[in-house]
Structures are given as structure tokens and as C-alpha cells.
Design a protein around this ligand. Structure first.
Ligand SMILES: Cc1cc2nc3c(=O)[nH]c(=O)nc-3n(C[C@H](O)[C@H](O)[C@H](O)COP(=O)(O)O)c2cc1C
Ligand SMILES: Nc1ncnc2c1ncn2[C@@H]1O[C@H](COP(=O)(O)OP(=O)(O)OP(=O)(O)O)[C@@H](O)[C@H]1O
Length: 143
């Protein structure tokens, strides 16, 4: 039984999220997803959709076995509970694989870190980014 963890903000869902989660699920037998708390999304605009509602939507996706809200202060607490064999990072996530591995082993957590693949837009009207969906809404719905 190989347990995989994926994580992210998942603010406004799009096919890029589904691709990432399917890729992560294909790495093992059971997929757990940690949904970042709004207070921890500091590297970009904070999410529009509330924490629990983002968790609920991720939990409803086919590749996902369980979706958990992240810990507000210590991102390793959910990992310690889930005990994954693999952490699947998204193709563009800012985390440094080696630093993350070192931080995990300092906490006594032993798991593989892998990268998922990107889903590229094959047509200009595909919106495979939450930021781009929001930009489109702002452009098309403002006067
Ligand atoms: C191994 C790992 C565990 C994480 N656990 C949490 C957590 O418990 N709570 C949380 O708010 N965010 C958690 N995060 C998410 C990060 O804090 C960050 O917000 C996330 O990378 C958002 O990235 P995005 O830009 O891909 O959406 C975790 C990230 C990683 C790599
Ligand atoms: N087009 C895509 N292909 C593959 N993975 C994706 C794609 N878009 C997002 N992901 C992955 O989904 C996870 C969560 O992404 P996140 O919630 O940051 O959405 P986003 O659409 O990338 O956001 P934003 O556009 O605002 O930066 C990340 O691991 C990210 O790499």
C-alpha cells in the first residue's frame, strides 16, 4: 500500500488541478491532499474561496481519497499524521526539493519527493491557472 500526498491552494478548480491530482494518485494506491490554509498562502494573492470550501471541492475529485485542511502553523503536522510514502510536488511549486527533504528528515519523516507533470493548454481559451481565471473575470465583468 503506497500512500501519496499532494498539496496546494486549489482556489478556483481547473483541469490543471485534476491533472496534478491524477498524476499524484498514479504514483501510489491512496491519495491524500493537504489544502493550504489561507493564512499560509503568502507567496501570491490569498485565495478567494474559504478554506473549508476548498477542502470540500478537492475531496469530491475522483483521484482523491482524502482531503485535509492544512495545519495553520506547522506544515509537517499533517504529514506526520498521514505518514506518506511519497510527496508529489506540483510541476511549478516553489518548494526546493532538497531543502524539503532535509526538513522532513530532521523531523524523522522518511518519504520520497517527486514532481508531477504539467498540463499544457492546447488551445488559447483553456484556462489552466486560477490566477488566469481571476484575470479573465476581472477583464470581462468590469466596465
Ligand atoms: C509537504 C508540504 C506540506 C504542507 N502542509 C501544509 C499545511 O499543513 N498547512 C498549510 O497551510 N499549507 C501546507 N502546505 C502548503 C504550503 O504552505 C503552500 O501554501 C503551498 O505550497 C501552496 O502552493 P501553491 O502555490 O501551489 O498553491 C504544505 C506544503 C508542502 C510542500
Ligand atoms: N496547468 C497545470 N498543470 C499541472 N499542474 C497544475 C496546473 N495548474 C496548477 N497545477 C498544480 O496544482 C497545484 C495547486 O495549484 P494552485 O492552487 O497554486 O493553482 P494555480 O492554478 O497554479 O494557481 P495560480 O495560477 O494562482 O498560481 C500545484 O501543485 C500546481 O503545480
Amino acid at each position: 500500500m503506497t500512500r501519496v500526498v499532494a498539496q496546494g491552494t486549489f482556489d478556483i478548480l481547473h483541469p490543471g488541478h485534476v491533472h496534478y491530482l491524477q498524476d499524484a494518485a498514479d504514483m501510489g494506491d491512496e491519495l491524500h491532499v493537504i489544502v493550504a490554509r489561507s493564512v499560509n498562502v503568502t507567496h501570491k494573492e490569498p485565495p478567494v474561496v474559504p478554506d473549508e470550501q476548498r477542502r470540500e471541492m478537492v475531496a469530491a475529485l475522483k483521484p482523491v481519497d482524502q482531503a485535509h485542511l492544512g495545519h495553520p502553523e506547522d506544515i509537517f503536522v499533517p504529514i506526520e499524521r498521514i505518514e506518506p510514502d511519497i510527496i508529489a510536488l506540483g510541476y511549478d511549486q516553489h518548494h526546493d526539493d532538497e531543502q524539503l527533504e532535509a526538513a522532513l528528515s530532521a523531523r524523522g519523516i522518511d518519504c520520497d519527493i517527486r514532481r508531477a507533470s504539467p498540463l499544457e493548454a492546447e488551445a488559447a481559451d483553456r484556462l489552466l491557472s486560477t490566477g488566469r481565471i481571476i484575470d479573465r473575470i476581472v477583464d470581462e465583468r468590469s466596465e
